[in-house]
Design a protein around this ligand. Structure first.
Ligand code: IPM
Ligand code: MG
Length: 380
């Protein structure tokens, strides 16, 4: 039996709280399916930096690169983030999150946007249903190693904020744009299209009416699209897309965009999912995968035992699926399938929902319900 090594980086704030829950689910799955997992946990983040002067223990990047079959990340950040960012090259967010993305070549940030049954939206402090569940089922594919977030040389003056005038450079390459748009089209191939008409399409979101980098991105998208005649082409400028995303989410199947736009749009898209705590993500490269919820460390709710562990648990589900496909391991793929059914059944059942979406279940109560569903699936 193959042993899979999973490196877990809980990080700051609610990161460790949600990681604990994902770990409980992962252990249950490994028992139910007889998986051989080695879970390797490392502390990291702002708290760790505060205590030790380093963002993570020496060798952790190499552990993720050379030893891990997959990496699970909780969240990095703290309340006075802006001040700490001045630390520049020592910023844990930069070193850990962006460092892993660029250092492991995780060029695709895959962020599924789907709404589960019985989920309420908290808009204007009121929990109420908004969209029919079936209208929200898209994946936003965010370019993950270029754009404004590319780790560049000579950018420390910008981070330390000493100058009165700074320039943020954005790098968009043809190669990077081709990789990510091709990834998006391949993903669309395996899906069943947009909710509105069941047609497969990839929407390219950019600002090519103003920005040269976006022109290159769109041109590259257009040339890649020729290889996928069965998949619909669709273009939106990013400003117009924000409106369309909320007004007509049913029109979208796969959306591909540049790094910064993807960062912003996926927080906005979390509104369609019931909240940021519901949103999972996968950072995918040629040789590595790192899986993390879209939310951050949420210092305002950390320590209150009210965090929503769903984004983290679903990110772990994405890890099982990716690893299963990559290693051609049927049992891992089946585990991923079971977990996604268990989460679906839990929401259908509608009891003990996360506090974030108007329910009364603390993180471990949410996990208990999911574990209950997992066990049911495996008895039948
Ligand atoms: C995200 C986060 C990160 C990003 C931060 C922590 C660097 O906001 O994953 O969306 O901006 O990519
Ligand atoms: Mg973000």
């Amino acid at each position: 039996m193959t042993t899979y090594k999973i490196v877990m980086l809980p990080g700051d704030g609610i990161g460790p709280e949600v990681m604990d829950q994902a770990k409980r689910v992962l252990i249950t799955i490994s028992e139910l399916h007889n998986l051989d997992l080695e879970l390797i946990e490392r502390p990291c983040g702002f708290e760790y930096l505060h205590e030790t002067g380093e963002p993570w223990p020496e060798g952790t990047f190499e552990l993720c690169r050379d030893v891990a079959d997959a990496v699970l990340l909780g969240a990095i950040g703290r309340a006075d983030n802006a001040k700490t960012l001045a630390v520049g090259e020592h910023s844990p967010g930069r070193i850990i999150v962006l460092g892993l993305r660029s250092g492991l070549g995780l060029y695709a940030n895959v962020r599924p946007v789907m709404l589960f049954p019985n989920i309420m939206h908290n808009i204007s402090g009121e929990f109420r249903p908004l969209w029919p569940v079936e209208n929200v089922d898209m994946v936003i594919v965010r370019e993950n190693t270029e754009g404004f977030y590319a780790i560049q040389k000579n950018e420390d003056s910008a981070l330390s904020g000493v100058s009165d005038e700074v320039t943020d450079k954005r790098i968009i390459t043809k190669k990077g744009s081709e990789l990510i748009t091709r990834f998006a089209f391949e993903l669309a191939r395996g899906r069943s299209g947009a909710p509105v008409d069941g047609k497969r399409r990839v929407t390219c979101v950019d600002k090519s009416n103003v920005l040269n980098g976006c022109r290159l991105f769109r041109e590259t998208y257009n040339s890649v699209a020729w290889d996928y005649p069965e998949i619909g082409r669709d273009h939106k400028f990013v400003d117009a897309f924000t409106l369309a995303l909320l007004q007509n989410p049913e029109n979208f199947d796969v959306v591909v965009t540049t790094n910064l736009f993807g960062d912003i749009l996926t927080d906005l898209a979390a509104v369609l999912q019931g909240g940021l705590g519901m949103a999972p993500s996968a950072n995918i490269g040629v040789d590595s995968g790192m899986f993390e919820p879209v939310h951050g460390s949420a210092p305002d709710i950390a320590g209150k035992n009210i965090a929503n562990p769903i984004g983290m648990i679903l990110s772990m589900q994405m890890m099982l699926k990716w690893l299963g496909e990559r290693k051609d391991d049927d049992i891992l793929q089946q585990s991923a399938g079971d977990l996604s059914r268990a989460v679906e059944n839990y929401f259908k059942n509608g009891r003990s929902l996360p506090i974030e979406v108007g329910g009364d279940a603390d993180p471990s109560a949410v996990t208990n319900k999911i574990i209950e569903q997992l066990k049911k699936i495996n008895v039948n």
